[in-house]
Design a protein around this ligand. Structure first.
Ligand SMILES: C[S@@+](CC[C@H](N)C(=O)[O-])C[C@H]1O[C@@H](n2cnc3c(N)ncnc32)[C@H](O)[C@@H]1O
Length: 270
């Protein structure tokens, strides 16, 4: 996107997570500040693009699993990102056309492209809402949420590659608890997060690069990811490197954990 085409309300001079992620995924909805930040991270972690792709693949496998095996028909995807192929409703509605999905993101550029997210099957329904994960009570109270999904019935809450932007541990746990406590028994949480467990280099070096890249970022260990899930039932294989979570390709074709440095988990609310 050229700087002349910046839609109003969007600050193109600073890197934003949605647009930087779009850059890594090969999209066109990003500006020079996003690309500069993306290149900085890629210089320290050259497989970042693979990592973004594996994160999308994890999302696809998790949605497919929940729709096919757990009977989930409602999804709340917070930090949904820019539409690319294979959004939650596209996967779920292919299996169960009546599936309903609410997408939430705080980057106004997502709204500019939200039409792709709103392309629901006639039997189902989708909504896109601009809101901030830092205020989960606000999200849970939004009319657009209640008009689309019924929180008294099981829902899959999708929190993919978004909690590493919740850098303050206490706030991150409060946000997670607030969301989880509002979900009906039988709901699921799908979670992915950057991890230091598999880092080949010095985690301190990576931390410095992340701090310089203009977007505050907090890498967590798999034990720290597991702490969020306390009291929940983990779907096999529990917290694992993304390419190893219920893989659908032979082992020799799976990405190496050290190239991805992201862990994922699917947990059920008892
Ligand atoms: C790395 S992208 C992940 C997109 C998608 N969940 C996926 O896994 O493919 C992170 C997304 O989280 C969004 N995000 C970051 N902080 C947020 C916040 N405080 N509230 C809502 N969305 C946020 C960004 O705008 C971006 O779209």
């Amino acid at each position: 996107m050229d700087i002349e085409q910046v839609p109003s309300g969007i600050d193109a001079s600073r890197a934003h997570p949605a647009r930087r992620y779009d850059y890594w995924l090969g999209g066109k909805d990003n500006f020079e500040a996003d690309r500069e930040s993306g290149r900085l991270v890629a210089a320290a972690f050259p497989t970042i693009r693979m990592s973004a792709i594996e994160n999308r693949r994890f999302l696809h496998r998790a949605v497919r699993h929940l729709t096919e095996e757990a009977g989930i028909r409602q999804f709340l995807d917070i930090g949904a990102g820019l539409p690319s192929a294979g959004n939650v409703h596209e996967i779920a509605q292919e299996i169960a056309p009546e599936s309903r999905v609410v997408y939430v993101d705080n980057d106004p550029i997502v709204l500019v492209h939200a039409r792709a997210l709103l392309n629901s099957s006639p039997e189902g329904r989708t909504a896109y809402l601009e809101a901030d994960l830092n205020d989960p009570e606000h999200i849970l109270g939004l009319a657009g949420v209640h008009e689309t999904i019924d929180l008294s019935k099981p829902v899959a809450l999708m929190l993919l590659a978004v909690f590493h932007f919740m850098v303050d541990d206490e706030a991150a746990h409060r946000i997670f608890r607030t969301l989880r406590e509002r979900l009906a028994p039988g709901s699921y949480i799908v979670f992915s997060h950057a991890t230091s467990d598999d880092l080949a280099g010095d985690p301190e070096e990576h931390r410095k690069v992340n701090n310089m890249s203009g977007i505050p970022f907090r890498v967590r260990t798999s034990a720290e990811v597991a702490e969020f899930m306390e009291g929940l039932e983990l779907v096999e294989p529990g917290v694992s490197s993304l390419p190893h979570w219920r893989p659908n390709v032979p082992e020799r074709e799976r990405a190496r954990p050290e190239d991805i440095c992201m862990h994922g988990v699917v947990a059920r609310i008892p």
